[in-house]
Design a protein around this ligand. Sequence first.
Ligand code: GTP
Ligand code: MG
Length: 256
Amino acid sequence: MPDQPSHQHEHLAYGEESHSSPSRSFRLGVAGPVGTGKSSLIATVCRELADELRLGVITNDIYTDEDARLLRSAGVLDPERIRAVETGACPHTAIRDDVTPNLIAVEDLERDFAPLDVVLVESGGDNLTATFSPALVDAQIFVLDVAGGGDVARKGGPGIARADLLVVNKTDLAQYVGVDVEQMVKDAEAARDGKPVLALSRNDPASVARLKQWVLSMAKVVHSGDHTPVDPGPMAPHSHVGEDGELITHTHAHAH
Ligand SMILES: Nc1nc2c(ncn2[C@@H]2O[C@H](COP(=O)(O)OP(=O)(O)OP(=O)(O)O)[C@@H](O)[C@H]2O)c(=O)[nH]1
Ligand SMILES: [Mg+2]
């Protein structure tokens, strides 16, 4: 368990030998549309890796701590290592425009449980254009699911095209929603210029093993100090209704 350092923990505490600070974890973002399985994927990663790596989780919800409570009740990680940030605004604002509350939450967790190997940050479910700022995470997973339709991968967007890993989730449901997973993965690969795509189902152990392997190898690269976070790119222009009912259109193209 995380609080009882094992031989493996000592072996995997690569942060201590790296250029980065020993208390600095690999910060891994998980983004994607509502309900595609972000919390479930994080629960799977915790279940698979909690014995090998020291983990923490930050969730983002607009009004609640629903995702944090769901993850705590999954029993896959010490509940104290799972903390919620209530964004009070569009999820993309909290993971891209003003990352301060999330950064504080990540740093608090890293300090309280130092050293942590990986902190997973779940974005609130948003649309296809929301991605994490590289100021908040070292790498990010964008999660689609087959139930959202086989053509989603072709629709593109910064997360689909340039997240460090694209997951096509819930492949066990493909037969019920008439989606050809192989074709959906091919479409996604075509949009990604060689970056990895993973067809995943929590009921398919081989796919779960591939997810685990990806997280482990990414953690190694980040802790080696050789990794530079990549910004998937700005959001598409979009509108919010302002306090006085006026329509505010902006692009999020500016850097923070
Ligand atoms: N069949 C199947 N269902 C899944 C899988 N992964 C997640 N689900 C289900 O999909 C639903 C949504 O999963 P969540 O993990 O809550 O999705 P989320 O992306 O975190 O949702 P939000 O945080 O609300 O955006 C739940 O009912 C899960 O049980 C999977 O691999 N197969
Ligand atoms: Mg969730």
